[in-house]
Design a protein around this ligand. Sequence first.
Ligand code: C2E
Ligand code: CA
Ligand code: CA
Ligand code: CA
Length: 279
Amino acid sequence: AKTAGRNRFEVFEEAMREEVVAQSQLSRDLRRATTDGQFLLLYQPQVDVESGRITGFEALARWQHPVRGLVMPDTFIPIAEGTGTIDLIDDWALEEACRQLAAWDEAGLPPFHVAVNISAHRLARGDLADAIRSGIRSTGVDPARLEIEITETATMSCAVEAAQTLHDVRALGVSIAIDDFGMGHSSFGRLRALPVDRLKIDRSFIAALHEDTATGSIAGAMVAMGSSLGLDVVAEGVETEGQLQVLRSLGCHSAQGYLFGRPLPAEEVGQLVRRSTST
Ligand code: C2E
Ligand code: CA
Ligand code: CA
Ligand code: CA
């Protein structure tokens, strides 16, 4: 074989070198991708736990690389964060989601919200509200239909500035969701100080729901905490009917996950929404 006669360290070293080359190539390609229209958004449904009806969608970015094919966010987001390209991607996603919302409105679909992910890097720049305002103005979309998702950990770094930016965003009429909730161990007090509409319970807690462990029972505490603050609580990564049943008994309001649907192209959203609201 190719590796015969070489020691494990040499093989490891070569793999590392190839990885570094691949990463730097991707980061170069990324910059071009934002201006070349290589990104797309997929939309994953969010449902009301009681009625099962679709209430909105989370927009999730994909990179259609000309050579590598479809690249997932877990590969390109960390690189984009390292190079600052993430700001361009987030602004593109905001604009694209607004454009798509206006198109769905034009097509006569019943109203539902769309949530866009915003990175810690983009949040820290301080001019997020300006970008959102311009997306709303240029498309004429109702701000109440737009939501941004900020991870719990992103709100914890430079907390004062982040809170001010979130206040500016909310003043536009846009909703704010705290993403991956539970991973940053926010206190009740911290959470109350932030302008927030929704809590998204991280998938890891939902996966542990059926377990008779501490992790399994934490989701219940998070639902109670969110509810007492008047927030809409969303469970992420719901994959089984059993998890949904537990969530219902906990009084969790909304859910998202493969049980209800995978992220899908914009063209398939209309049909799904019509089916969901007509039954
Ligand atoms: P996230 O915001 O926590 O998004 C949820 C991720 O969980 C998505 O992965 C989604 O496809 C996946 N997911 C949904 N339901 C299930 C389920 O039932 N089971 C499992 N195992 N997974 C499920 P995706 O699309 O690969 O995105 C990964 C992450 O990349 C996102 O995590 C988000 O942090 C980031 N991301 C995606 N799009 C954007 C974007 O436009 N801007 C920024 N800044 N970040 C983005
Ligand atoms: Ca998210
Ligand atoms: Ca709203
Ligand atoms: Ca999440």
